[in-house]
Write a protein that binds this ligand. Structure first.
Ligand SMILES: CC/C=C\C=C\CC(=O)SCCNC(=O)CCNC(=O)[C@H](O)C(C)(C)COP(=O)(O)OP(=O)(O)OC[C@H]1O[C@@H](n2cnc3c(N)ncnc32)[C@H](O)[C@@H]1OP(=O)(O)O
Length: 286
């Protein structure tokens, strides 16, 4: 019911993220620091971890759209906040290194929580996606953008190597090592047409409004499918990315030994035989 749907999303309360549910079983998460170019702070990373972990276990959520409010998707790390957290303190080197180790771990977890989230995450990029934004989108399942979007692995211009996942995940997404090194060594802006042709994004839309319509339509379609099938697909694709074909086959074999016993298969098969679609089937919560 509408009441049940609105009360479920009401429990997602954050300072740096705006959360809504524009369609049944679809969660919309927006970076919500428009006056700060959606720059990333330790506070935002903590909230991203909390939000994606919660959505992962939330039976009301079957797919997620991640986008940014305001002028651009995100300008990456908040350089003002970072100036104090990264400033040399003069303290014992080992203790300082452990403090940084924890700080970087939190930043990494903000992206890993997206990858580990059991629900597919579609991200919709408008205008700029810089630095930490590239780490974020690399951890998402599906990437969309508008015509004005550009992408920059900007860290090199700030004097550091990206450490939240771009260098580890981009090579799994783009089958072009030369291009990845070009982007990472130069920090250059890659425009939407190149992002499409190299496979970073799957669709480019005319403007942000059309992109969000497309993102919600896609999320809604995914949300109508069997949640057992969808979550199993994500788990298996993620596993396969870091393992051999044989290991991946063994993994899905064991996984599906349980999942093939789902009632969803019988419900889906009956619907198909009656010329219906998954959207006509009511799958139980998962
Ligand atoms: C453990 C470490 C983990 C993660 C590390 C991540 C590394 C990175 O993310 S590196 C990338 C860092 N980001 C940048 O270098 C972007 C710098 N900004 C820009 O290039 C531009 O500002 C812009 C985003 C392209 C927008 O340009 P424009 O539309 O012309 O607006 P501006 O006038 O330049 O900016 C408006 C306003 O925003 C402030 N601002 C912009 N970016 C940042 C930022 N990254 N951190 C803090 N503040 C930022 C800018 O200073 C302006 O502020 P005013 O107060 O309005 O002057």
């Amino acid at each position: 019911s509408t009441k049940a749907m609105s009360s479920f999303v009401d429990s997602y309360k954050f300072e740096t993220l705006a959360v809504s549910s524009p369609k049944t079983n679809v969660l919309h998460i927006e970076f919500n620091r428009p006056e700060k170019m959606n720059t990333m702070t330790a506070g935002m990373w903590k909230e991203m971890v909390e939000c994606f972990n919660k959505a992962s276990m939330d039976e009301n959520v079957r797919s997620i759209v991640l986008s940014g409010r305001g002028k651009l998707y995100t300008a990456g790390l908040d350089l003002v906040e970072a100036a104090s957290s990264l400033a040399p303190s003069g303290n014992d080197v080992a203790r300082e290194a452990f403090r940084m180790y924890k700080f970087i771990g939190l930043a990494q977890e903000s992206c890993s929580a997206i990858e580990k989230c059991m629900k597919p995450v579609i991200t919709a990029v408008h205008n700029g996606c810089l630095g930490g934004g590239m780490d974020v989108i690399s951890a998402c399942d599906i990437r969309l953008c508008d015509k004005d979007a550009y992408f920059s692995v900007k860290e090199v211009d700030v004097g550091l190597a990206a450490d939240m996942g771009s260098l580890q995940r981009l090579p799994k997404i783009l089958g072009n090592d030369s291009l990845i090194r070009d982007l990472c060594f130069t920090g250059r802006k890659m425009k939407s047409d190149e992002a499409k042709s190299c496979g970073l994004v799957s669709t480019v839309y005319e403007d942000k409004e059309k992109m969000m319509e497309g993102a919600f339509e896609l999320a809604e379609l995914i949300a109508t499918k069997s949640p057992v099938a969808i979550q199993s697909i994500k788990v298996s694709l993620n596993y396969g990315r870091n393992h051999s074909v044989n290991s991946g086959l063994e993994h899905i074999r064991s996984w599906n030994a349980a999942m093939l016993q789902t009632e969803d298969i019988m419900k889906s098969a009956q619907a198909l035989m009656m010329k219906k679609t998954p959207a006509d089937v009511k799958y139980s919560k998962l």
